[in-house]
Write a protein that binds this ligand. Structure first.
Ligand code: ZN
Length: 184
């Protein structure tokens, strides 16, 4: 941080505020403590019967790879609204949100994914601006080597396992582990 986003002062010090446990940027001009917290990414597993809707990314990072509809949560919306909005934006698809399927932390880039089970309301979907293609996949046709993000792989794998076992009501909790060999 180079200057205070509230008052514009460049008089910033990085230190532990009293009563806190971690260092923060503190503005010497207006005394604001600037907290920086993880970003929330919301997404959905849109299903139609046994099929799952995936989007091929039209933008970096991981352009050309497949993903579930997901993106940064916006201010002023709920997580469910965010997941439905992303599905509409990326796949022009309307869904009914069900339960929370997974929570996945990526501490090294300060992201948390929240992915919901959902059902497509109809088959009237198409590629949105951030997608090259949008397709329904049977389980056996999922392009596992072409999945864009570790969080999406985790979500799909646990979804399929839980569906097979009749446990879709469960919320799976996972994390990206840097020390574990992970091709993502
Ligand atoms: Zn300031």
């Amino acid at each position: 941080m180079k200057y205070c986003s509230l008052c514009g002062s460049q008089d910033l010090i990085f230190k532990v505020p009293s009563g806190d446990s971690l260092p923060r940027y503190i503005c010497g001009g207006c005394e604001t403590i600037h907290y920086v917290n993880p970003k929330i990414i919301v997404g959905a597993i849109p299903t139609y019967k046994d099929q799952i809707l995936l989007c091929k990314r039209a933008i970096e990072p991981r352009k050309g790879k497949w993903t579930l509809p997901c993106g940064y949560m916006e201010n002023g919306e709920t997580v469910e609204e965010g997941a439905a909005r992303e599905t509409l934006e990326e796949a022009n698809a309307r869904i009914v949100i069900k339960n929370l399927q997974s929570v996945y932390s990526i501490p090294y880039i300060n992201q948390v994914y929240l992915v919901f089970n959902s059902e497509l309301l109809d088959l009237d979907f198409s590629a949105g601006e951030e997608s090259l293609e949008v397709e329904l996949f049977n389980e056996e046709d999922i392009p596992w080597s072409e999945i864009a993000f570790s969080a999406i792989k985790f979500s799909l794998e646990t979804f399929l396992q839980d569906r097979k076992e009749g446990n879709l009501h469960i919320t799976r909790v996972g994390r990206y582990a840097l020390n574990k060999k992970d091709k993502f």
